[in-house]
Design a protein around this ligand. Structure first.
Ligand code: UDP
Length: 405
């Protein structure tokens, strides 16, 4: 099939860890590669956010990236991209017109891509599949007045869920959210993300560490909802351990980063500053070395649409303590492949970390069961196979047309 993947702010070619570059970028890159592996012809459409980007990039994994001219050719925060989605959609519609490369299905990632894709899909008669990645209703609930999403987001998300041919949900929690939003359950297909098992595995190089000090690792963009503050507040309960935080801006920019400074000040006030190490953004290829260096991975977000980092840790054979939210509640099986704790509860987190660090047998059992779970459920190949089946149900290509007697 010819598959168009639309990811307006999250390029598969981006450097990860910065404020708007995280799981969606990884997801789109891995999924595009896995779909190519299934024999599909894949093009990814992402906004041109720098003047010096080529129009077309052939990614090594065999898919093409098209930089779409929509809005200024410079970085624009994702919450300010809505005004350019009409332009984005019109550009794609033109490309997919009669003489162009015509996709059999267009898979939009994030609601704004959904708007642009629906526009292009309607004009070119292309079926549209949508993955939200994150929901405005959840963000509003958690961030209240601090939510910088455009005011109409929730309404747009509701309308998109009714207009798209299929909505891909990534976890059980998302199904409930969407049903409450008014999206028909029959329109949804549950296809969780995968993890790159070549990049993330138990064997391989390990980042330098002090063997005498247990290492707690936590990974993510430097935003409040990732819960790094709660991990720092939990540290007094584990006086022997160090806490390594991977993600955020590049290491040299950390001293000027306001959120990193807040974390530093918090660590001071908790009396744990000498045990907290902010590493900054790490290239994706090196992430495995950091996971493998840890005794425990803590993923403590306040909410999490899916959460790739717990999966990556599990694939590297590291036991995970996660908060019982979003996709983490599906990927981590409490007491079997890891521990789940309530979000925003440093006391519960501290107790769980202390218990797990003190119990080598339990850590081994979690890591072994987690690896098994990853291998049986969370490969990108499996994800691409499941999505191919969904695409076939909405597109005329790949659909089995019953013979007329
Ligand atoms: N990541 C990375 N370098 C960093 C920090 C994160 O490559 O310095 C990657 C991480 O390995 C994962 C993704 O960014 O693949 C984060 O995805 P997740 O779903 O955990 O969080 P999101 O950013 O989508 O909120």
């Amino acid at each position: 099939m010819r598959i168009a993947m639309i990811s307006e702010h999250a390029s598969p070619l981006a450097v990860l860890g910065e404020e708007d570059a995280g799981g969606q970028n990884t997801h789109v890159a891995e999924l595009a590669a896995a779909l190519v592996g299934e024999g599909h012809d894949v093009r990814v459409y992402t906004r041109r956010d720098a003047v010096d980007l080529p129009d077309v990039v052939d990614a090594a994994a065999g898919y093409q990236v098209r930089h779409v001219p929509a809005g200024p050719a410079q970085r624009v925060p994702k919450d300010e991209l809505l005004p350019y989605m009409g332009e984005f959609g019109r550009w794609m519609a033109e490309q997919w017109g009669d003489r162009g490369w015509r996709p059999d299905v267009a898979h939009a990632h994030f609601w704004m891509s959904g708007l642009a894709t629906l526009h292009a899909g309607r004009r070119t008669n292309t079926p549209v599949v949508l993955t939200y990645h994150a929901l405005g209703s959840v963000k509003r609930r958690h961030q209240g007045a601090r939510d910088t999403s455009p005011p109409g987001r929730i309404g747009y998300e509701r309308a998109l869920g009714r207009a798209a041919d299929r909505v891909i949900v990534q976890c059980q929690d998302e199904i409930g959210e969407l049903v409450r939003l008014g999206v028909p359950r029959s329109r949804m297909a549950l296809v969780p993300s995968g993890v790159n098992e070549e990049m993330f595995r138990p064997e391989g190089p390990v980042a330098p560490r002090d063997p005498a000090r247990p290492r707690i690792l936590t990974v993510g963009r430097m935003v409040e909802r990732k819960g790094f503050q709660d991990v720092i507040r939990a540290l007094p309960a584990v006086p022997e351990a160090e806490c390594v935080v991977v993600g955020g801006p590049a290491a040299e920019l950390l001293p000027a980063d306001s959120f990193a400074r807040r974390l530093g000040a918090l660590a001071e006030s908790c009396g744990v500053a000498d045990r907290v190490k902010l590493v900054g953004a790490v290239p994706r290829e090196e992430m495995g070395t950091w996971y493998r260096s840890a005794d425990v991975l803590v993923a403590a977000p306040w909410y999490e649409p899916f959460g790739l980092t717990p999966l990556e840790g599990m694939a590297c054979g590291v036991p995970v303590i996660g908060t019982n939210v979003g996709g983490i509640a599906d990927t981590v099986v409490d007491g079997l492949t890891g521990d789940l704790v309530p979000p925003r509860d440093p006391r519960a987190l501290g107790t769980a970390i202390r218990r797990l660090l003190a119990d080598r047998v339990r850590r081994f059992a979690y890591a072994t069961a987690a690896l098994d779970r990853i291998r049986s459920r969370y490969s990108w190949k499996r994800c691409a196979e499941q999505l191919s089946a969904v695409y076939a149900t909405v597109s005329t290509v790949g659909r089995v047309v019953p013979a007329v007697a």
